[in-house]
Design a binder for this molecule. Structure first.
Ligand code: CDP
Length: 227
C-alpha cells in the first residue's frame, strides 16, 4: 500500500501531539513531534547561555547540538539532545516561555527543517507543528489544521503539567498559550498559518478518541486513493 505524509499544524496545546502520536501508532507510521525539536534546541540554548540575537553564537551552538528521537520499551517516542533523554525537561514551563523566540530564528528553522525533511523522505510519517503543511512538506497528501478554544486548551495543558508534577496557575498557562500563538503567527520566518488545502478541525468539544478516529479515517481515504 502506498505511504503518505500526514502534516498536522495548529495552535498551542490543542491536542496535535496526542492525536499525531495515536494516529501514527494505528497506521504503523513514524511520529515526529517537530515542536519537541525546537524545545530541545531551547534547552540547549538556555543551558549554554546562548545569546539568541548573535547569529555567530547561534550557528556555533547549532553545530554542537543534535536532536534525535528514540522509541522507548513502551513504544513511546522520546526526545534526545546530544544523546541524553530530555523528554521531561523540554515540557517545562521555563522552556515554553522561551521556545517561540528560539523557533523564530532563521538559522534554527533552517537546521530543523532540513532534519525534518530527511526524516520524511521515505514517507509513512505523521509530523505535527506549526509549518509542516506550509513549509516542511507542502506536498503532504493529508494536511490538517487543529484549533480549539483558548480556555479549553489551557485547562488541558495545566492538567498535563500537573501530571508531570509541575504546578502552574491557570492564568499563567493562558498567558503563555496566548503569547506563543501570537508570536508564532506573526513571526517573519514560517509563521503559523492554515496551510493551503488543509482541513480544519476544531477540537473544543471533541474527545481525543473522536479526533483520532477522524484523522485515521481521512488518512485511510488518502492511502487507498490513487496518486
Ligand atoms: O505542545 P505545544 O502545542 O504547546 O507546542 P509545541 O508543538 O511543543 O511547540 C513549541 C513551540 O515550538 C511553538 O510554540 C513554536 O514556537 C515552535 N514550533 C515551530 O515554530 N514550528 C514547528 N513546526 C513546531 C513548533
Amino acid at each position: 500500500m502506498r505511504k503518505i505524509i500526514v502534516a498536522i499544524d495548529g495552535h498551542s496545546a490543542c491536542g496535535k501531539s496526542t492525536t499525531a502520536k495515536e494516529v501514527a501508532k494505528i497506521l504503523g507510521y513514524f511520529y515526529v513531534d517537530s515542536g519537541a525539536m525546537y524545545r530541545a534546541v531551547t534547552v540547549y540554548f538556555l543551558e549554554h547561555h546562548v545569546a539568541i540575537t548573535n547569529p555567530k553564537e547561534v550557528n556555533r551552538a547549532l553545530s554542537k547540538l543534535k536532536v534525535s528521537f528514540k522509541i522507548n520499551p513502551q513504544g513511546i517516542t522520546e526526545t534526545y539532545l546530544n544523546g541524553l533523554n530530555v523528554e521531561r525537561k523540554i515540557r517545562k514551563m521555563k522552556v515554553s516561555e522561551w521556545v517561540s523566540q528560539v523557533s523564530a530564528i532563521k538559522e534554527v528553522r533552517d537546521a530543523m527543517v532540513e532534519e525534518q525533511r530527511r526524516m520524511g523522505k521515505k514517507k509513512g510519517i505523521v509530523m505535527d507543528g506549526r509549518d509542516i503543511g506550509s513549509v516542511v512538506f507542502p506536498e503532504a497528501e493529508l494536511k490538517l489544521f487543529l484549533t480549539a478554544d483558548l480556555l479549553v486548551r489551557a485547562f488541558r495543558r495545566q492538567k498535563e503539567l500537573l501530571e508531570r508534577d509541575e504546578l502552574v496557575d491557570l492564568d499563567s498557562v493562558i498567558e503563555n498559550l496566548r503569547k506563543r500563538d501570537e508570536y508564532d503567527s506573526s513571526r517573519k520566518v514560517s509563521p503559523l498559518v492554515k496551510p493551503k488545502g488543509a482541513i480544519v478541525i476544531d477540537t473544543t468539544h471533541v474527545t481525543i478518541d473522536e479526533q483520532v478516529d477522524e484523522v485515521v479515517r481521512l488518512a485511510t481515504g488518502k492511502i487507498v486513493q490513487q496518486p
